[in-house]
Design a protein around this ligand. Sequence first.
Ligand SMILES: [Fe+2]
Length: 472
Amino acid sequence: MKCELAENGKHAIERLRINSYDLILTDITMPVMDGLQFLREIKEITPFTPVAIITGYPTFENAVEAMKEGARDFIVKPFNVEKIKTTIDRLLKEKRLIGNPLSGKEDLKKELIKRLQEIAVLQSISSELDELYDNRKIYERIVEMVSRLLMARDVAFGIIKDDLLRIEAATMDVKKEVPLSGPIERIIKNRTYLLLSQGEKDPLNNSILKSQLLLIPLIINGEVFGVLNITNKIDNRPFSEDEIYLAQTFGKKVSLRIENNALYELFYSNLLNTLRSLIASIEARDSYTKQHSERVTHYAIEIAEVMGLNSEEKESIQFGGYLHDIGKIGVRDTVLLKQGNLTEEEMAEIRLHPVIGESIVRPLKFLPAERELILHHHERFDGRGYPLGLAGEKIPLLARILAVADTYDAMTSTRPYRPAMSHELAIKELMNNSGTQFDPLVVKAFLQTKTGKGIRDSNLFTLHAKAYQREH
Ligand SMILES: [Fe+2]
């Protein structure tokens, strides 16, 4: 096999005008002429020469565009030589089989192109969806992608739960819950797509359909768990066979992604539970910090409720609260439990624990809020905290909440180097440091919780703040 290298698209086009080639490999992002323009020009000169794209950053748009412009395969960098070899072999074999499509092998060509289109689109879908871990974001992205892929204005995605189709994401206004009847029931039973014509009843809102509606089932383990509703095409044309095929393929791929995500979440929630019990048992061995993380989480949730945080944020507190001091496993016990004053080095060692903690949970990519909470729970509202010295609202809200809960619990528990402070004194201390160490809104919210109540105004206390400064 002879191989020629062109410096850029323009040079390649010049050569294509003179010589004939069996196969072309190209990138998309290139100087002088980008890959899509290159594809368009190739089609003009030599429409039956297969082109494979090799690219480092395949986006969904790139893949769809490249396929529309006639690319026949999509190889994502980094690739190995074997992958290139098999692609080249396959494309050459297909070229021999298809030859010139005018020779009457139209059906075969159509079949092959469909399959290639499938590969390219799917590859770009996985690379886009693989970056998302949050189901809600995945659902939103699915709806967006289908809308662009089939050029349809109205796309909705619903999950079947408790005899209802619950709409999780949609490009249009739509009811949140749809009873399982008529077409939706048929889809669940037949497990295949359904095409409703203009004039039929729209199962989502019972109105009369103004254009065709394509319903695609999403299947895991042989069961339909969700439905994609696609309607109102931009070109007002009916869905073509190819489009239906593409939507079905997309449905299959997305089902797999959601299934993987569920497994991934299950795996990590098990892991988190293990971490949590590990922390509980470490804390249990030290009577001073016994159940510290559990109590801190409880107080932080109380504050979150007063502040009206949503369930997702409360869940982050639930996970992150238990794990907030996980970085202390990287700090020596002799330092952690030392009686008496700490040296500067020892203090520095303790102050590393938020950073160590964040690095421990960093592989759990779907927990960004929890990671932030762990990293920033010792920041101070006035910017004099650690590790980054963030100030005010630059400190994530969940970390500002945890700081109050953490300090309250630290003050009211006995430590090796000092006895526990009374509830009243601890509250007074929080109030005194509101606006400097703590976010005043969070302190205010804490005072309204069940735990924080019980003291309003008191000047009974002469604070011995110094004795309590060593809180970490
Ligand atoms: Fe801490």
